[in-house]
Design a protein around this ligand. Structure first.
Ligand SMILES: NC(=O)C1=CN([C@@H]2O[C@H](COP(=O)(O)OP(=O)(O)OC[C@H]3O[C@@H](n4cnc5c(N)ncnc54)[C@H](OP(=O)(O)O)[C@@H]3O)[C@@H](O)[C@H]2O)C=CC1
Ligand SMILES: N[C@@H](CCO)C(=O)O
Length: 428
C-alpha cells in the first residue's frame, strides 16, 4: 500500500464542506479505488469558530491559506475559496512553488490566470486539476481532455450557468417578468454574492473560456468572448419564441472558424425539441462535437455541495492514482495565442418588432431585409387591438453584419412602433 495522500483544504463553504464529508464518509471506498488512504492534514477558512456541520477536530487549522498550502504534511492543496486572484491565486502559486499539486473549483481564477498558473505548474512539475470548475458535477473536463483526445474538436456548446437557466425556465413556466424572477432567485439564495456574475453571463463565460482552451489548444482567452447576459430577455420574447417552436437559453458556443476562434456567451433561441431546449431549471448541459465521435451531450447538476464535491474528489482520486498531465491537455508553452474571430458564423435570427399598422408597413420591412441580403424564412403577425402590429420573423441563415445593416435601416422606414429585438438561433 502506498503512502497516504495528504490534503490541505482552503475554503470550507458549500464545496469545501462537501469534500470533507465525502472524505469522511467514503474513506474505505476511496482507498479501495486509489490504493491509498486519502487524508486531510489541515484546513483553512476565514472564521475558525463557525459551525460547519462537519467535525474538523481531527485536522490542523491555518488562518492563512498560504501557510496551509506550504505545510510539510500537505501533498495536494485543495483551493475552494474562490476569486480570480487574491488569496486563491496567491496560495495556489505558493503551493506549486512548494512542490504541491493543486485541485481547485475556481473557474474565475483559471479563466483569467490559467495560462500563467499552468506555465508555473508545469515548470515546477506539478499538476492543477479543476474538474469542478466547469459545469459542477458533470465530468466534462475529463470527457474533453481524455475521452475525446483522438478527435479534432469542432464545436463546444452549452448551458453552463444553472441560475440563468433557472430564471429563464421560471419566466417561461410562470409568465412572470425577468425582474420578478430575478428577485425570486435572489431570495432563494440561487445567485452568486455578486449576481452580475450569473445574470451578466460572466460565470458561464469563465467556464466557456476554460473548455475552449482545452478543445482548441489555445491559451485561455476570457477577453476574446463576445459576452451578453440575460438581462434583456423579456417575457414577451420568451412567449413569442415558444410560439415559433423555440426556447431561449444563455448559450455558450466556441468554435474555430476561418476567421479565428469564435467564442460567445449570449441569449440564443434553440429548438424546443432539442436536448438544449428541453433543459429545465438549474441543470447544466454541455454539447461536445468531434470529427470522429460526432456529437455527445452531457447533462447534470452544475452546482451544489454534492455534485461539485463529487468533481473535486475525481481530481483528488486521479492524483492519488498517479494520473498526471498538462493543465490544459497539452504543454502550456505549446498553447497557441488564438485570434478572436471578429464576426460570427452565419445563423438564422429571430426578430420581434412592432409595426405601425398601416398599408405597406410590412412590405417596407421586407424590402429593408431584402436589400441587406437577409432572407425571410418564416413570419407571423398577431391579432391586435391597438395601432401597432406585433410581427415575428425567422430569417434564413445570415451574417450578423447583414442583420445589423437591416436593423439600422429599419428606423428610416417610419413604420417601426418600437425598437426591434433580434436574437440568434442556434440549431442542433
Ligand atoms: N457552490 C457551488 O455550487 C460551486 C462553486 N464552485 C466554485 O467553488 C469555489 C468555492 O465555492 P463555494 O464553496 O460555493 O464558496 P463559499 O462562499 O460557500 O465558501 C468559500 C469559503 O472560502 C473561505 N474563504 C474565503 N476567503 C478566504 C480567505 N481569504 N482565507 C481563508 N478562507 C477563505 C470562506 O471562509 P468562511 O466560511 O470562514 O467565510 C468559505 O469557507 C469557488 O471558486 C466557486 O466558484 C464551482 C462550482 C459550483
Ligand atoms: N452560479 C453558478 C454556480 C456554479 O458555477 C451557477 O448558477 O451555475
Amino acid at each position: 500500500m502506498s503512502d497516504p495522500l495528504r490534503l490541505g483544504i482552503a475554503g470550507l463553504g458549500t464545496v469545501g464542506v462537501g469534500v470533507v464529508r465525502i472524505i469522511r464518509q467514503q474513506a474505505a471506498l476511496l482507498e479501495a479505488r486509489t490504493g491509498r488512504k486519502i487524508i486531510i492534514s489541515a484546513v483553512s477558512a476565514r472564521s475558525k469558530g463557525r459551525d460547519r456541520g462537519v467535525s474538523l477536530s481531527d485536522y490542523g487549522w491555518e488562518d492563512d491559506p498560504i501557510a496551509l498550502a506550504t505545510r510539510d504534511d500537505v501533498d495536494v492543496f485543495v483551493e475552494l475559496m474562490g476569486g480570480e486572484d487574491g488569496p486563491a491565486k496567491a496560495a495556489t502559486e505558493a503551493a506549486l512553488k512548494a512542490g504541491k499539486d493543486v485541485v481547485t473549483a475556481n473557474k474565475a481564477m483559471l479563466a483569467i490566470n490559467g495560462q500563467a498558473l499552468a506555465e508555473l505548474a508545469e515548470a515546477e512539475g506539478r499538476v492543477i486539476r479543476y474538474e469542478a470548475a466547469v459545469a459542477g458535477g458533470i465530468p466534462v473536463i475529463k470527457a474533453l481532455m481524455e475521452g475525446l483526445a483522438g478527435n479534432e474538436i469542432t464545436r463546444v456548446m452549452g448551458v453552463m450557468n444553472g441560475s440563468c437557466n433557472y430564471i429563464l425556465t421560471r419566466m417561461e413556466n410562470s409568465g412572470k417578468t425577468y425582474q420578478e424572477i430575478f428577485a425570486e432567485a435572489d431570495g432563494l439564495g440561487y445567485l452568486e454574492a455578486d449576481p452580475q456574475l450569473d445574470v451578466g453571463g460572466i460565470d458561464a463565460a469563465h467556464k466557456l473560456a476554460i473548455l475552449s482552451a482545452i478543445a482548441f489548444g489555445s491559451k485561455v482567452d476570457f477577453d476574446g468572448i463576445q459576452l451578453e447576459g440575460i438581462e434583456r430577455v423579456s417575457i414577451e420574447d420568451i412567449r413569442a419564441a415558444a410560439d415559433m417552436g423555440y426556447k431561449i437559453k444563455l448559450l455558450g458556443v466556441a468554435q474555430k472558424t476561418g476567421r479565428g476562434l469564435e467564442q460567445r456567451m449570449q441569449p440564443c433561441l434553440v429548438p424546443d425539441t432539442s436536448p438544449l431546449g428541453q433543459l429545465d431549471g438549474g441543470t447544466n448541459m454541455v454539447v461536445l462535437e468531434g470529427d470522429a465521435v460526432g456529437q455527445i451531450v452531457l447533462r447534470g447538476a452544475g452546482a451544489g455541495e454534492g455534485p461539485t464535491a463529487s468533481a473535486v474528489m475525481a481530481d483528488i482520486c486521479d492524483i492519488a492514482r498517479g494520473v498526471r498531465g498538462p493543465v490544459f491537455g497539452q504543454p502550456a508553452t505549446s498553447l497557441a495565442t488564438s485570434k478572436a474571430a471578429q464576426s460570427q458564423l452565419p445563423a438564422p435570427y429571430y426578430l420581434r418588432m412592432a409595426l405601425v399598422d398601416k398599408p405597406g408597413a410590412l412590405a417596407k420591412i421586407a424590402t429593408v431585409l431584402g436589400e441587406a441580403g437577409v432572407s425571410i424564412y418564416r413570419m407571423r403577425q398577431y391579432e391586435h387591438e391597438d395601432s401597432s402590429a406585433p410581427v415575428l420573423i425567422v430569417t434564413h441563415k445570415t451574417t450578423h453584419a447583414a442583420l445589423q445593416d437591416a436593423l439600422s435601416n429599419m428606423d428610416s422606414t417610419c413604420v417601426m412602433a418600437g425598437a426591434p429585438v433580434a436574437l440568434r438561433i442556434e440549431e442542433g
